[in-house]
Design a protein around this ligand. Structure first.
Ligand code: LRH
Length: 488
């Protein structure tokens, strides 16, 4: 271990809080999962909150374990899900627990905006309006929890809030800031058009760091209580999607990716945003990527559908492995109905299989529900990819699937069969690889994104899937996709 540097990645998602060590020998990074605990939003009087102090505590435990296992911590990078935030009050303390984006505040605000207002905000930012966006959550707080807004002095997105808890430094990070829909993606500065339109208090918004820069150090009292070194905290793409895209093992600058988890983020990396009516109509966004790139993507429903079918199947106490679910889906040989995974009815249904049967108007067996979910997800990927190819005026032969969802080889194969493209799956630990990759800039400021990708490519393993050759299967897949397109 002596010659390997121990970089630590905090990786917080909607369902788990994780700490990984990235051991760097000067050539390759080896990731080690150090600590993992569940995360969930907590319902208090009908409002969903995140328990940020629990997350803070678990990250400290993970950081200490990383130190004990692999020696002094070289630096730390924080990545989390997008959108959610905490507010600091006038006395410099946290005003309550951060709200979860699954509350309905945002929807209430967005429903009151006119078509013209929505269009103007998209044009000012390059980000698609969605009820989840922090802009609408913040306006919801202003309207429905005014005491919080009145007292607020600083707005900190979850990774920025964690950075403040660990270092005491107040700053923002550009990729996570793009999930607010307040940032203008043409110049990466807060949009005065949006701020003025909604009369937001501009001083709430923190100034933004640059990737690779050290913005703070672990607070002395935390280092002391954990008995670890006072390590630097480095600005990395804090939005989990942006970190995941860093780790795409592409051979060229132009590539397609699916960052696959609860959500599937389907997109490509651009140097400049594309902001026009077609992009808006097709539901794409120009989110912030690493080192000033744009992750041009569609935020699409992902493993959420399968996770919820599994949850319902396991309600009676029986457990199913993912392999068993695949076998059940694969046992359906006839043509089954397809559905749009992005339809509102699948956002948070009580019972996912029932929601699928209701949508399709068919009494499906659980095997058919599973088969339908797999096929429908693959169809939704193909449709988004076709849109990307149209909007960017480019064609791609390969789809890179990264993140935890890329473990599902059955979905990887049907995605390849339906799209007619090669699927390259991996890495699974995409967010942490990207997080640690950008931390390397701390000591080598001139490292470029292609150079970082090169190091990561040497560090990871991938699996390839080619479209099926069987004509019958291909015709079946075409039939599914035709049926899918009829839904719109
Ligand atoms: C994916 C993600 C996505 C957001 C959602 C809240 O983890 O960051 O980009 O829209 O979580």
């Amino acid at each position: 271990m002596e010659n390997k540097k121990n970089y630590v990645a905090f990786d917080c998602g909607n369902s788990s809080v994780r700490v990984l060590s990235g051991l760097f020998d000067g050539e390759k990074i080896e990731t080690k999962l150090i600590h993992q605990v569940p995360n969930e939003a907590i319902n208090v009087n009908g409002i969903f909150y995140w328990d940020i102090l629990y997350i803070f505590r678990e990250l400290q435990i993970g950081l200490q374990k990383a130190f004990i296992k692999y020696g002094p911590v070289e630096s730390v990078g924080i990545s989390t899900w997008g959108i959610d935030f905490g507010l600091l009050g006038k006395s410099g303390q946290l005003l309550g627990n951060p709200l979860c984006y699954r509350n309905d505040f945002g929807e209430k605000v967005l429903n009151n905006l006119s078509k013209d207002e929505k269009d103007k905000i998209f044009k000012a930012t390059g980000i698609l309006d969605h009820p989840m966006n922090s802009l609408y959550q913040l306006l919801g707080i202003k309207e429905y929890l005014p005491e919080y807004y009145k007292e607020a002095e600083k707005f900190l997105l979850i990774p920025d809030l964690l950075a403040w808890l660990f270092t005491g430094v107040i700053c923002g990070e550009p990729t996570i800031a793009s999930t607010t829909q307040i940032l203008n993606m043409r110049n990466w500065s807060y949009s005065s058009e949006v701020i003025d339109h909604f009369q937001l208090n501009k001083s709430l918004l923190p100034s933004l760091t640059k990737h690779g820069e050290v913005y703070g150090e672990l607070k002395y009292n935390i280092a002391d209580s954990l008995k670890i070194n006072v390590c630097p905290f480095v600005s990395i793409p804090s939005h989990d999607t942006a970190s995941a895209v860093v780790s795409v093992p592409a051979m060229s600058d132009d590539f397609l990716f699916i960052s696959s988890g609860t959500w599937s983020l389907i997109g490509t990396e651009l140097k400049e945003p594309i902001i026009n009516d077609d992009v808006y109509r097709e539901g794409f966004a120009n989110e912030g990527g690493a080192l000033g790139t744009i992750t041009f993507l569609k935020n699409s429903t992902g493993m959420h559908i399968l996770q919820n079918i599994k949850r319902v199947m396991e309600k009676e106490g029986e457990k199913y492995s993912w392999d068993e679910l695949v076998k059940m889906a694969d046992s359906c040989k006839g043509i089954i109905p397809v559905f749009d995974p992005n339809d509102k009815s699948f956002y948070n249904p009580q019972d996912m299989p029932v929601a699928i049967c209701d949508y399709t108007g068919k009494e499906l067996s659980i095997e058919e529900v599973l088969a339908s979910a797999y096929i429908s997800l693959a169809c939704s990927y193909k449709r988004s990819i076709e849109k990307i190819e149209n909007l960017s005026d480019k064609q791609y032969n390969v789809i890179h699937i990264v993140g935890g969802g890329c473990r599902n080889d059955y979905l990887n194969q049907i995605t390849s069969d339906i799209s007619g493209k090669i699927v390259i799956a991996g890495p699974e630990e995409a967010t942490s690889f990207g997080n640690i990759g950008i931390q390397l800039k701390k000591d080598q400021q001139d490292l470029t994104l292609p150079q970082i990708r090169h190091i990561l490519k040497k560090s990871i393993s991938t699996r390839s899937f080619n479209p099926a050759k069987d004509q019958h299967l291909l015709i079946k897949m075409e039939t599914y996709y035709e049926k899918y397109k009829e839904l719109f």
